[in-house]
Design a protein around this ligand. Sequence first.
Ligand SMILES: NC(=O)c1ccc[n+]([C@@H]2O[C@H](COP(=O)([O-])OP(=O)(O)OC[C@H]3O[C@@H](n4cnc5c(N)ncnc54)[C@H](O)[C@@H]3O)[C@@H](O)[C@H]2O)c1
Length: 331
Amino acid sequence: MRVLILGGAGFIGINFLKTIIKDKKYKILNIDKLSYASNKKEIKKLSIYKNYTFKKIDISNYLKINNVIHTFKPNKIINFAAETHVDNSIKSSLEFIKSNYLGTYNLLLSAQNFYNKLSNLNKKKFIFFQISTDEVYGSLKKNDKKFSEEHQINPRSPYSATKAGSDHLVKSWFHTYNLPVFVSHCSNNFGPFQHKEKLIPKTIECCILKKTIPIYGKGKQIREWIYVQDHVDAILHILKFGKIGQSYNIGSGFEIENINLVKQICRIYNELSKSSFNTVKLIKYVQDRPGHDFRYALSSKKIKNLKWKNKYNFDISLTRTIIWYMNNFKK
Ligand SMILES: NC(=O)c1ccc[n+]([C@@H]2O[C@H](COP(=O)([O-])OP(=O)(O)OC[C@H]3O[C@@H](n4cnc5c(N)ncnc54)[C@H](O)[C@@H]3O)[C@@H](O)[C@H]2O)c1
């Protein structure tokens, strides 16, 4: 099976690659522009695998993407590539439009062109898989019903707007041109290899350096957290059992307020580091993010009907994640 991965040097992409790379049935090409968020050293280590190749390409470059798709001839295209930090999208959104929206458009255009020339047998094996997020559904109140796949798309940040826009493009390519697609909407991921701009790695880094831990507003925002390996397993499950043209939510059902999550990380860190310093004292409330969504929560009934369910316990995985960052911390 020939798998083209876009954005495989990022947090979820590299966890996905590490899961499939040892299986010789996959011949993998990883394309990434290698941004500040990429795990560059880790990507180099993967070059020992004979079934794996890497190419540094920006998906907003149509000619290069078109050439890659037509020469590699993938059966599966899995698009993780995106600019992903909401704060950056608020400061400057153009990169988000280029990578998330235009990049996906380029992929669809060349994938369609390639797909049209395939034999019927190879058409049956082909999938374009768009990795999307729960953020495209908008924001919930505390007691609102969780987002199902039928919920209106109501993005509220430039990041989620570009993700929603690209999801719409993917769905339109399915309906208009019969390109076989999946779209998945996963909740907040945590685990190894995430960039330290994101809440969990950032909190751990502040604990290690005894630096202020900034919390937006009063820290009352609620997020649903899933261990990255559960997300990876869900993607593989959808590839195997999903129904073409469908969207699938991927969640753990575990919701927590940001402030409680940060305090839990501090408490676990205190225990692990065996220091007498209480890192909870580092927490400082700062001005809220503009348009900060209050709550995301997913109904994952649809993927559970495909007989998938998350298997990693939150507390155990969080502790494992903190240990990983403590062992891999670089100034
Ligand atoms: N992290 C989460 O909690 C989460 C949750 C749900 C969905 N997602 C989605 O999963 C995907 C991966 O997220 P992540 O957390 O691994 O992100 P990340 O920021 O860690 O990694 C993204 C990777 O994509 C690459 N990339 C960005 N723009 C590119 C371009 N134009 N051309 C080529 N490569 C490009 C970057 O260099 C980086 O290596 C994203 O699409 C994101 O929207 C993330």
